[in-house]
Design a protein around this ligand. Structure first.
Ligand SMILES: Cc1ncc(COP(=O)(O)O)c(C=O)c1O
Length: 178
């Protein structure tokens, strides 16, 4: 969808998302406490960076980033004009400090939010997910590259899987990532 030269990931993390997009993953260390540190983030951003990918709550660390950390990411993303990908797939697995949560999508309009049903609803085999973001990035970005179905009046669209089915799509993506 949004092909990039460089996709910033936090280490430790999974990199599948960036690889499927055809991006080259670049890692930012979050050790020793797994928090997002401005100096560490700035040190790995180059003029090729297109996207910062944040996954909070995080797999595999379980880290839930604070509002201050997310504000920092937004500040840097705004300054460098970067997209933010917010993988919020574990957002219902926070049991501390009540239910009040801050999402990157609330803080920065160039955020693409990723969610899914497999974790929250225990439907791991289904692999059903969604992305949400500003219209110009989602609809305008998809419509020329993919066959999309947009029901009249609805605020959602369904993209057709490139390659015909999920297996072919993932196969192709991994070929491209090698
Ligand atoms: C951080 C993260 N994002 C997204 C996914 C994708 O989840 P699923 O394929 O179950 O929808 C996973 C799966 O483990 C994950 O750990």
């Amino acid at each position: 969808m949004f092909l990039s030269d460089r996709v910033m990931h936090m280490r430790p993390s999974g990199v599948t998302g960036g690889l499927l997009l055809g991006g080259k993953p670049v890692f930012m260390d979050t050790y020793p406490d797994f928090s997002l540190k401005e100096e560490a983030l700035r040190s790995v951003i180059t003029d090729k960076t297109k996207i910062i990918l944040v996954n909070s709550p995080n797999n595999p660390t379980g880290m839930v980033n604070s509002k201050e950390e997310l504000d920092m990411v937004v500040r840097v993303a705004k300054e460098k004009n970067l997209l933010v990908f917010s993988d919020d797939i574990y957002d219902k697995f926070v049991y501390e400090n009540g239910t009040e949560r801050t999402y990157l999508g609330q803080l920065y309009d160039k955020t693409i939010t990723f969610g899914g049903f497999s974790k929250t609803w225990g439907m791991t085999g289904w692999r059903i997910g969604y992305v949400a973001g500003p219209k110009d990035l989602i609809h305008e970005g998809l419509k020329d590259k993919y066959h999309v179905v947009k029901p009249d009046g609805a605020y959602f669209i369904f993209p057709e899987v490139p390659g015909g089915n999920g297996d072919k799509f993932v196969e192709k993506a991994w070929q491209g990532a090698k």
